[in-house]
Design a protein around this ligand. Sequence first.
Ligand code: PMP
Ligand code: GLN
Length: 389
Amino acid sequence: MVTTVGNRILAASGTTVFVTNTRLAIEHGSVNLGQGFPDEGGPVSMMNFLADYTHQQSNQYPPMMGLPELCQAVARHAERFYDLKLDWSGEVMVTSGATEALASSLIGLLNPGDEAILIEPLYDAYLPLVRLTGATPVSIRLNPPDWSLDLDALKRAISPRTRVIVVNNPMNPTGKVFSRDELVAIAELAIANDIVVIADEVYEHLVFDDLEHIPMMTLPGMRERCVRIGSSGKIFSLTGWKVGFISAAPALLKTISRAHQFLVFTTPPNLQAAVAYGLDNEVEWYTSLAHRLQAQRDYLSDSLESLGFVVLPSRATYFLTVDIRAVSDDNDVSFCRTLTIDGGVTGVPVSAFYIGDAPDHLLRLCFCKDMSVLEDAVGRLRRWRTVAA
Ligand code: PMP
Ligand code: GLN
């Protein structure tokens, strides 16, 4: 008989909440507002470009660091939006989604015995990836409902062994946009303690209410010690394409690329080329996406409030969170199940974004869905609330 326990760190992480809850939604025929993927597809011109490229150009291994045309487009994008000047041939690397960018960054930068600071609630991949490197995760928590950063807690978390801080801004699952003051404070601590900041900025274009996205890399002193991660999945609503990018100073990027070369080596060239095309030619599409999403956020948020839910402010991303205490005595995991089975709508319990003991009164719901899907969800919730009353 074969032994199948496998890697103990991964065994302890189990299956991600996104997979289990999508399964749950399918099983019960509920509206899936759990896993974060948009209903709308990306720009049609990118699909056409992809098809043409696939037929007419090379489908063999592209360069390990990425197709030059995509590295160049990523550099142009950074300059266009943030006045951030990057050398495309030494400071940009294409990855297989932001997930691989995170994995390569953490594996490339951390050694056993190092510490990595993570900010809870945290995107689910961070913790197992840090643990797999042999480094120790050290977490601090933002405080709901406004998700403010406790700077003293961050200072206390830093030790001589801290090598990395991961900052997800805009933040999944909270929809928080870090203020400039918060980002500057993190940057100052990073500089003072010789720490690298891994800035997961996949939702950079999905910011609402006229707020501004401030890349960590543009702050004073951060050009040399920030790893900036982006994802075409979020920029173009093409989450299945899995084309991501890292921008970092040459020495950092070289270190990270040592991991990338053994994890994936490359990303499909046709997808890279189509993303390069989109970054330059579909600017209007992706800069207006936030406007469309904001309307969906407003609809879902207002409808939930009218049904008695307490909705926490969401200023960015695909997600909003509700405080379920106003409508249930259950914890978030059990409420999520009940809402799926009895209410016909599936979310994600926010406790899944914590290490260990967690707040258990928050549920994350996606609003990056067609209006008809959101209306269906709201209709189901209204009926469920009426029956419950
Ligand atoms: N970081 C965050 C905060 C995310 O929400 C996601 C999920 N989409 C990722 C990284 C992974 O992005 P990708 O699909 O490009 O791997
Ligand atoms: N990032 C998406 C979310 O937070 C899901 C990613 C995934 O399914 N792994 O819902």
